[in-house]
Design a protein around this ligand. Structure first.
Ligand code: XBP
Ligand code: MG
Length: 257
């Protein structure tokens, strides 16, 4: 049994539905700008999400999907790493612009829970696979520029060598906060994310979305439709929660069990 000291949030799919409405749109805009005739559908993107990280996802598409679609392998340019990096940089540019245009709102209950945590003086961190610029853009354009400082650690992207499902990014965040896993609660939306947080020894609350509703969430303490609001109760899909919406009382109880 431990006292709750910190909340650690995943970003994509957890704070916001960024994958379909943000990342996918940005990837396709980057492909178009580079004169590539690739256009990822919502369904194909669901399959590509098996691999985390945008650069890794482009490589995965080319190695595992491209030739099935076209009947021939992709002719890799000489400097393939630079090709992928340039494409990904363009995608980041489009993504941050989309977020700045307010096309990607936060999920139900997220603002309320973050505000509750701030009022209670609880520490907060972010552990995500996405590029740091994307996190900054999302926080700035949904919660305001000052919200960056609400998170003691923003662990993101290539800061660790192995992305989720490896535990590295959560371990990094915990270590930087000088806390133990049993003092923190993680929030995730996907199986890869849960494997990562559980791998770091963190109890984890999962809020599902369209892309992750059929994932295996065996290691989660709680699986919810979303975090809910007082006038918009959440649905509990796995585990038990007394409150109609997820709040700090629910979070503290999880760590005491
Ligand atoms: C998020 C991701 C990211 C984004 C793309 O995973 O998989 O790769 O889709 O981000 P998680 P970049 O929510 O588990 O952290 O293109 O910036 O890499
Ligand atoms: Mg996620």
């Amino acid at each position: 049994m431990s006292q709750l000291e910190a909340l650690i949030f995943d970003v994509d799919g957890t704070l916001s539905e960024t994958e379909r409405d943000g990342h996918l749109v940005a990837f396709n805009l980057a492909f178009k700008e580079a004169d590539l005739d690739w256009n990822w559908s919502v369904t194909l993107y669901g399959q590509l999400l098996a691999v985390t990280g945008g650069k890794e996802r482009i490589r995965y598409y080319l190695s595992d999907f491209y030739s099935d679609e076209r009947g021939e392998a992709f002719a890799e340019p000489e400097d393939f790493a630079a090709f992928v990096a340039d494409l990904h940089a363009a995608k980041t540019r489009f993504y941050t612009q989309l977020v700045a245009d307010a096309a990607v709102p936060l999920r139900t209950g997220v603002v309320r829970l973050i505000q509750e945590a701030r009022d209670a003086g609880l520490r907060m961190a972010i552990a995500t696979t996405t590029t740091p610029a994307n996190v900054t853009a999302l926080l700035t354009h949904t919660l305001g520029a000052e919200s960056i400082d609400w998170f003691e650690v923003i662990a993101a992207g290539d800061i660790v060598p192995a992305k989720k499902p490896a535990a590295d990014i959560f371990l990094y965040a915990i270590e930087k906060m000088n806390l133990k896993a049993e003092q923190c609660l993680a929030f995730e939306d996907s199986e890869n994310g849960l494997l990562s947080s559980n791998g770091a020894g963190l109890k984890t609350v999962v809020t599902i979305n369209d892309y992750t509703s059929d994932h295996d969430f065996t290691g989660a303490v709680l699986v919810l439709s979303d975090l809910g609001e007082p006038d918009q109760p959440m649905t509990v899909l796995q585990g038990h929660c007394d409150e109609p919406y997820f709040n700090l009382q629910s979070a503290r109880k999880i760590l005491q069990d």
